[in-house]
Design a protein around this ligand. Sequence first.
Ligand SMILES: N[C@@H](CCC(=O)N[C@@H](CS)C(=O)NCC(=O)O)C(=O)O
Length: 208
Amino acid sequence: MLTLYFSPGACSLASHIGLEETGAPYEAKPILLAKQQQKTEAYLKINPRGKVPSLSVDGKVLVENTAILTYLARRFPEKKLMPADPAEEARSIATMCWFSSIVHPSYQHSRRPERFADGEAAQAAVKETGRKSFWANCQEIDSMFQGKDWIMGSQYTVVDPYALVFYGWGVAGGFPMKELSAYTAWRERMMQRPTVRKVVESEQNVST
Ligand SMILES: N[C@@H](CCC(=O)N[C@@H](CS)C(=O)NCC(=O)O)C(=O)O
């Protein structure tokens, strides 16, 4: 049994779409960050770090989008969600590591500076630096789509749903995402996939 713990609009969207792409039956359980449900005793038993996503596989819990998405691609090889070539697979994993270690934190700095510095002036500086870095990262993602259908090339992979998270955050954060023409055209391609649309709509319908 596969159970995904997610919060609407959070980075768990990547694993949620990845799971939907497998075609396997699964249960999606909302953990509402807005209501601090990630800090409840019950959820901390599932993921002691109090983060989403978590994927329970027959009771064994996997965390971190990069690990979950790699696991799903490997477990369902017939869905071809990762390149078969080992070097291309490594490039895909490296891109997800960059998302997780650089792009995601840059957005966090811009949205939650109080987590990284004390005092108004320091927080304003963290926020400003975060906004600049996040925008530079989005521009880099845009350049990765130039001349390609999907982020890793001609094959749709689990890296694509991860890239969708940052487009959504960019829109929510008031960044001029439409200026990023390749990223925007790819987002439209993503939204034409029934799997992606289904998950995005299902997350929008969760009452928060
Ligand atoms: N690198 C982790 C990041 C997980 C993470 O930070 N998730 C956020 C949501 S985007 C979260 O659960 N935040 C709750 C909190 O920090 O209290 C991953 O990709 O899974």
